[in-house]
Design a protein around this ligand. Structure first.
Ligand code: GDP
Ligand code: MG
Length: 441
């Protein structure tokens, strides 16, 4: 039993048209109560034109897309009402629908229904959100591959193989008397796991990179005062956003800017120069800078190539253990370059070497956009767990441990992999496993 939910699908702003969406068991009854035509569930998908009414008062003339279950996005009876995009009309129509029995949808509830009704798997569900939120074309392209199911197809064969091995072991444990079943000995188990592991590694590698294109990277620009941090932010985003002066301590608050670097959304944070100061406001800025160092995914530590001091060395210490790129700014002021250092001039907009260094640090210089990739933290976390389980199983097998223990680690890996696509909660594992074998055939 699915309650009928309603929500505005388009932005809550004045526009020529707006779309209000409903989905649920009583969807057609509810809409029929306030529409000039009756909608019946025995019909096929249809488009209707008519009037939304509150009792006898006409609210708007609308077009309705009628989707009869299971032929809808959610798999349920659904209606999309295209009304005029006035905020008053939108509010009125939603109020009338609620009055007649619908309830306001929660965030993502339409997609959740599509998942619960098995129209899409969890990878696809997550990709819808990614597609809406993508801030670069590359991020969107990855999301659409997941939406069409290509990413799920990459992972399913691996799940199958783990399940094959697991079922072989289970059958060996449960039916030792059967002679026509292949023996799950140590060699077979070790061999199989050694075959799965590189595949999971490949998935993990592309997922960790794909994640960057979808989620973006938080980059903190740090350094002592006057090295050119704000100039660098401005050069990177191609905008005069942060104030630049030759007075040390100009930047006190955090200044933020966004840019797409080869498709990776970079969220840049320009910080106050780190130094000992008597100025209360500047000191608050310095504290914030240190916090940003802790929060950032990547740190750009800016040095003034013409003036390296002990303070720089302290900052190098402070950022140790983080993902950091040290960059020597004010190249225009120095004659000699030291080998291995990255030199730029924010003033002259010569920042290519830094951009290349960022791409290299993120490991995406040759990312293949034609290959599907998992992208969410949830998926990556589960892949990592599945990998660890497989490594445990391998370890156990190599040490000639009890086969039940090996099976238990494999089962955990199998479950984690299945949870990525969202099937785990809905499958009966033993049925799944034994359906692969016709024991006693
Ligand atoms: N010569 C030269 N001066 C620079 C360069 N980058 C920044 N500056 C100057 O250094 C001073 C401090 O720059 P700013 O960006 O405010 O440094 P911040 O305090 O680190 O944010 C300003 O006078 C800038 O014009 C550079 O690449 N070359
Ligand atoms: Mg500054």
């Amino acid at each position: 039993m699915f309650e009928t939910i309603v929500a505005l699908a388009t932005a809550p702003i004045k526009s020529s048209l707006a779309i209000i969406r409903l989905s649920g068991d009583d969807c057609f009854e509810i809409v029929s109560k306030c529409f000039s035509k009756e909608i019946k569930a025995d019909k096929k998908n249809d488009i209707l034109v008519g009037y939304i009414k509150d009792e006898n008062k006409v609210i708007d003339q609308v077009v309705m897309n009628i989707y009869v279950a299971p032929n809808s996005f959610t798999g349920e009876n659904s209606v999309e009402i295209m009304c005029h995009g006035s905020l008053i009309i939108i509010k009125d129509i939603i109020t009338i629908l609620i009055k007649n029995g619908a309830r306001e949808a929660k965030r993502g509830e339409f997609t959740e229904r599509a998942f619960l009704n098995r129209k899409i798997d969890l990878i696809q569900a997550e990709s819808i959100n990614d597609m809406i939120n993508a801030s670069t074309k590359e991020g969107k392209d990855l999301a659409i591959m997941s939406l069409t199911g290509r990413t799920s197809k990459e992972i399913k064969p691996i799940i199958e193989k783990v399940a094959d091995l697991l079922s072989l072991i289970e059958v060996n444990i449960d039916y030792p008397e059967y002679e026509d079943i292949e023996v799950a000995n140590k060699e077979r188990i070790v061999n199989d796991i050694n075959e799965f592991l590189p595949k999971i590694d490949d998935l993990l590698e592309s997922a960790n990179k794909g994640h960057l294109f979808v989620e973006g990277v938080n980059v903190a620009i740090v350094g002592k005062p006057n090295v050119g941090k704000s100039s660098l932010l401005n050069a990177l985003i191609n905008e005069n956003k942060a104030i630049v002066t030759n007075i040390p301590g100009t930047t006190r608050d955090i200044v933020e800017g966004n840019l797409s670097l080869n498709g990776v959304p970079l969220h840049l944070i320009d910080t106050a120069g780190i130094r000992e100061s008597k100025d209360i406001i500047e000191n608050i800025g310095v504290t914030k800078s240190k916090e940003e160092i802790d929060k950032a995914d990547l740190i750009i530590l800016v040095l003034d190539a013409s003036n390296i001091t002990n303070e720089d060395k302290e900052l190098i210490e402070l950022t140790k253990g983080k993902k950091v790129i040290t960059v020597y700014n004010k190249l225009d002021k120095v004659k000699e370059k030291e080998k291995g250092n990255i030199y730029i001039s924010a003033l002259e907009n010569n920042i290519e070497p830094l951009k290349n260094a960022i791409l290299e640090k993120l490991g995406i210089t040759n990312f293949d956009f034609n290959k599907p990739a998992l992208t969410s933290s949830r998926e990556i976390g589960l892949l990592e767990k599945a990998k660890k389980d497989l490594m445990d199983a391998l370890d156990l097998a190599n040490n000639d441990m009890n086969i039940d223990l090996i099976a238990s680690s494999l089962m955990s890996s199998f479950k984690n992999l299945k949870t990525i696509t969202g099937e785990e909660s809905t499958i009966d594992i033993s049925k799944e496993i034994f359906s692969r074998f016709c024991v006693g055939k």
